[in-house]
Each structure stands twice: as C-alpha cells, then as structure tokens.
Design a protein around this ligand. Structure first.
Ligand SMILES: Cc1ncc(COP(=O)(O)O)c(C=O)c1O
Length: 412
C-alpha cells in the first residue's frame, strides 16, 4: 500500500477501499480485427491551451530532456556534417547496434548482432515482425486490453485475433493461452510484458518463463514490445522474455519514443529465427533510418547520458503516477478500480457500473479534459467502463483542478 521513491519519499500506492476485480473468463474466440466503434487514431496532443490531455502516450514538453537531446543533435551535426546526408547501412549503424546490445545485456537480454535491425520506431518494428511471421488470415493472440496502435497494425495486415485477458494482479493469462492453443492454430503472440499499456502491469519472471515454455511447446513466435522496460519506478530493471528463450522464437522490439522523445524516430527489432524475411520487409519500407537519430541515440548510449537521464525521468514519472492515484482516490466515485502501475506511462481505471459513461464523457468535454476510452483497447466491447490516464507530463494546477472536477461530476 506504500511505495518508496528514491530521493523523493513515501507514497500511498493503492486505494484502500478497492476490492479485487474479478475478470469474467470468456473462452478463447477467434475474432476478425474489426473495432466495434470507430476509433480515432490519436498520437499527438492538440496543444490546445485550456484542454487537459491525459489521452496521448507521449512525454510532455516539460518532461522531455530538451536541452540534452537538442544539444546532442547539434554536436552530431557539427561533428558528422555531410556524412549525415548519405544512406546508412540498411540494418543500421554497427556502433549503435553494439551499444543497444550492451545496454540489453544489463538486463540479462542477449541479442545477436546479426539479428538486430534498426527501425523507424516501435510500430514499424511490430509491422515488420508480424509480416515476417504471419500470412493474411493467420491467428495472433493479443493482450486484452491492448493499445489501439498495435491492434491497428493487426487490422491492416488482415490477421485474426484471440484476445487473452490481462489479469489485474498477475497480467497476461498464460493458462487462457494454453486453452486457446488447443483450440486454434496460433501463429504469434503479441505482448508487452514490462509495464503493459494500458494497465502498467509488470509480468513476473515466473510467468515470463512459463509463457516461453508454452510457446516453445506449440512452436509459436512471440513478439515482445519492451518500449517501457527502462521505466521501472523502483527495484531492478526487469528482464525480457528473450532472457529465457534459447529457441529464437522470441522477437523483441523497442524504441526511444517513450524514454527520450517520440520525435526521435528510432527503434530496434531483434528478429530471432525470422531474420531473412524481416530484412526483406524492412528494406521494402525504406533502406535507411534517419542517420541523425541513429547518431544521437548512439552518442547518448555511448556516454552515460542516457542512464543519467532515465534515472531522473522515471522518478518524475513515479511521482506523477502516485499523485494521479491519490487524486483519483480523493475525487472519483466509491468503487472506482485503479491499477497502481510499477512503471511506464499509463494508469488503467474502471468506473463503477452505475456510472453512465456517455454522461462521463459529456462532463469531460464540458470541463475540457481528455482520457483514452476503454473501447479503443479491444475488438470486443469489454472495456466500456474503463479508461486510460497517461501521466507522462508535469502536473499543473489546471490539470489537478480538471481531474478533481470531472471526478466530482460523476460522484453521485
Ligand atoms: C505500447 C506501445 N508500443 C508502441 C508505441 C509506438 O511507438 P513508436 O512511436 O516508437 O512507433 C506506443 C505509443 O503509444 C505504445 O504505447
């Protein structure tokens, strides 16, 4: 119930009156990748002054290390000059890849340099991985809830899905996946084991090991997203599924959109046994990722600027997370369920069934506050009373006031 944030203090981590939510266990069903409701793909904030935005998973300008990034880019331009205007190696700069491999070794994740591709962000890495593993109409298992951008890639690739519940205590339900494997030919599992978006849940090492065993038994590829892995609020940097896999069935990807800035379009993809096809698909998407971003990230990893930045950055995120939980606890209706995140950017909230969600979103519009509606996180209608809060920006009195007002507007 209490968590310590180094150099910051102790915070109430969970809502005292919160009873555990029983997730209804539905049996595994294969669905077409069709959103029940029209989903507006929002990835950038409107920047409207009076609008309080908790709906975009991007670091706010006040929290991004602007000076560090812009100064590093200026140094790179001065140093590298015309070299930045040429094509770079198709799979990415060797020096950068070695630094990514060195960084991953710090959390027991072995990456083979031959299998590593530099990409134009995490979503592109996912697109390449799914295209390398699956053919049209194949079935993939995804987390439920799952971020809409990932669901959108699956929809665009004309794949079918089995939604695997994310239990609010333990995360991805491996037993449910086992049942699904007996019913359907699953070609891949798409998962964010560390600080899942939107629940913020961290999969335990035991469950990670169990999941790797299941996929090896059924010869299923796992495509793991580790975009939030460096953002643990306390304790050690979590491992990845790749840390437990010798079969090269685990494909791991990430980017610097959440740890540095989304404008730094740079990600990586460790392809496992799917290198050949992944390379061809990557090449067909454009052979070079922007040299300036490759050199900038390489410089930050090469010096300890990246690690130093991450230490301060995640402390700020942790403070924001616990301030958000306390504001929800103080101002939202009794029976509101909140999953306290252990890292990352996101908090998953469920309002009591008695709350009329149309009325809630009307109040949000009037007050000028935006959350990400639950229905965008699934191809089913399961999360109508849920919404996601992104806490990756500094709090202002305007933001605190808006959260208080909307909570009280539905507390009857
Ligand atoms: C879980 C997850 N994966 C991928 C992305 C997109 O990452 P990128 O901007 O590097 O493509 C997001 C952005 O919201 C995300 O939350």
């Amino acid at each position: 119930m209490v968590i310590s944030i180094p150099k910051s203090g102790y915070y109430v981590a969970a809502l005292s009156n919160q009873k555990e939510e029983i997730i209804l266990q539905h049996s595994p069903v294969v669905r077409d990748a069709i959103f029940e409701k029209n989903v507006e793909l929002i990835t950038s904030s409107t920047g409207k002054k009076r609008l309080v935005e908790f709906n975009v998973a991007t670091p706010g300008d006040l929290i991004i290390s602007q000076k560090l990034l812009l100064r590093t880019m200026q140094n790179i331009i001065r140093k590298k000059g015309v070299g930045l205007l040429r094509y770079y190696p198709t799979n990415g700069s060797e020096e950068l890849k070695n630094n990514i491999i060195k960084h991953a070794a710090g959390y027991q994740t072995r990456i083979n340099p031959q299998e590593l591709l530099i990409t134009d962000g995490a979503l592109q890495a996912l697109h390449i991985a799914l295209s390398a593993v699956c053919d049209t109409g194949d079935v993939v298992a995804v987390e439920s809830p799952c971020i809409f951008s990932i669901l959108e890639v699956i929809r665009v690739l004309n794949l079918k899905v089995i939604e695997v519940p994310v239990d609010l205590m333990n995360g991805f339900d491996v037993d449910f996946l086992k049942k699904a494997c007996l019913k359907s030919k699953i070609k891949a599992v798409v998962i964010t084991p560390n600080f899942h978006n939107p629940t913020g849940i961290l999969l335990s090492d035991e469950i990670k090991k169990e999941l790797v065993k299941v996929i090896q038994q059924h010869d299923i590829a796992v495509i793991e997203n580790d975009i939030y892995g460096d953002l643990n609020f306390s304790g050690k940097r979590p491992s990845t599924l790749r840390s437990y896999d010798e079969s090269s069935l685990v494909i791991t990807y990430a980017s610097y959109a959440k740890t540095l800035a989304p404008g730094i379009r740079l990600g990586w993809l460790s392809t496992g046994r799917f290198l050949k096809r992944a390379e061809q698909i990557k090449f067909s998407m454009g052979s070079t990722v922007s040299p300036i971003y490759q050199e900038t990230v390489n410089r930050l990893l090469n010096t300890n600027s990246y690690d130093r930045h991450i230490r301060a950055f995640k402390m700020q995120l942790a403070k924001n997370a616990y301030l958000t939980i306390n504001l929800l606890s103080a101002h939202f209706p009794k029976g509101t369920i909140v999953v306290p995140p252990l890292g990352g950017y996101n908090i998953w909230v469920k309002l009591p069934d008695r709350v009329d969600m149309d009325h809630f979103y009307n109040q949000c519009d009037q007050i000028g506050i935006k959350f990400t509606p639950g229905y965008t996180f699934s191809f089913s209608t399961m999360f109508a009373n849920n919404f996601r809060i992104v806490f990756a920006d500094k709090y202002s009195s305007l933001k605190i006031k808006a959260l208080e007002l909307v909570g009280e507007a539905i507390s009857y």
